[in-house]
Design a protein around this ligand. Structure first.
Ligand code: ADP
Length: 186
């Protein structure tokens, strides 16, 4: 085994998960290359994390979003960060929870994949995610956290350009839930 990072005690999933941090905080304050916005299909400044990102970024973000022709559920689009500490905002549209049999899991997984693909294309090294779909869109938090951690770790196993992923939780209960899921998966 020539990989210097290889540690048989720890194993591959743990190596990957070492790049993932869970914090409780406000995503608009994160000093990373890109933050992810849990956006709506119209890419309009809405409520929740989306409203907070647009308020912190300023009018320029909405002006750029208007030119993007919206975004489909499960897909993502990138803009500049304007007044945010982050250089980029990656807007992704999570599914609205309708009970779980309408492809919600796969759509949510697609959000994480598309965001990370865009991050890689833009040489983004550090990226922060909110808990997409778990607010107004009512996706169950633990189920969403499992999808987030699974998709992020399988991306990090295949790609090396992204060096740090921060999962930003807006409440202590969300933070505790993410930590539980991280332990289960590692
Ligand atoms: P969605 O419509 O995708 O459900 P919401 O904005 O309603 O999006 O909620 C997504 C998640 O973002 C929720 O868990 C919510 O608590 C969280 N959230 C809201 N504001 C912030 C913020 N400023 N920073 C980080 N997370 C936030």
């Amino acid at each position: 085994m020539t990989n210097d990072n290889y540690n048989p005690e720890v194993g591959k999933p743990q190596m990957v998960l070492n790049k993932v941090a869970v914090i409780e905080g406000d995503i608009t304050k994160q000093q990373v290359d890109a933050i992810v916005n849990a956006a709506n299909e119209a890419l309009m400044p809405g409520s929740g994390v989306c409203g907070a990102i647009h308020r912190a970024a300023g009018e320029g973000l909405w002006e750029e979003c208007k030119k993007l022709n919206g975004c489909e559920t499960g897909d993502a689009k990138i803009t500049k960060g304007y007044k945010l500490p982050a250089k980029w905002v990656i807007h992704t549209v999570g599914p609205v929870w309708e009970g779980g049999s309408y492809g919600e899991d796969e759509l949510l997984a697609g959000c994480y994949r598309r965001c990370l693909e865009l991050a890689e294309q833009h040489n983004i090294r550090a990226i922060a995610f909110p808990a997409i779909s778990t607010g107004v869109y009512a996706f169950p938090l633990e189920r969403a956290a499992k999808i987030a951690v699974t998709e992020i770790s399988s991306f990090l196993e295949r790609n090396t350009s992204v060096e740090q992923v921060i999962l930003v939780c807006f409440s202590k209960s969300a933070y505790d839930c993410y930590l539980r899921v991280m332990k289960e998966i590692s």
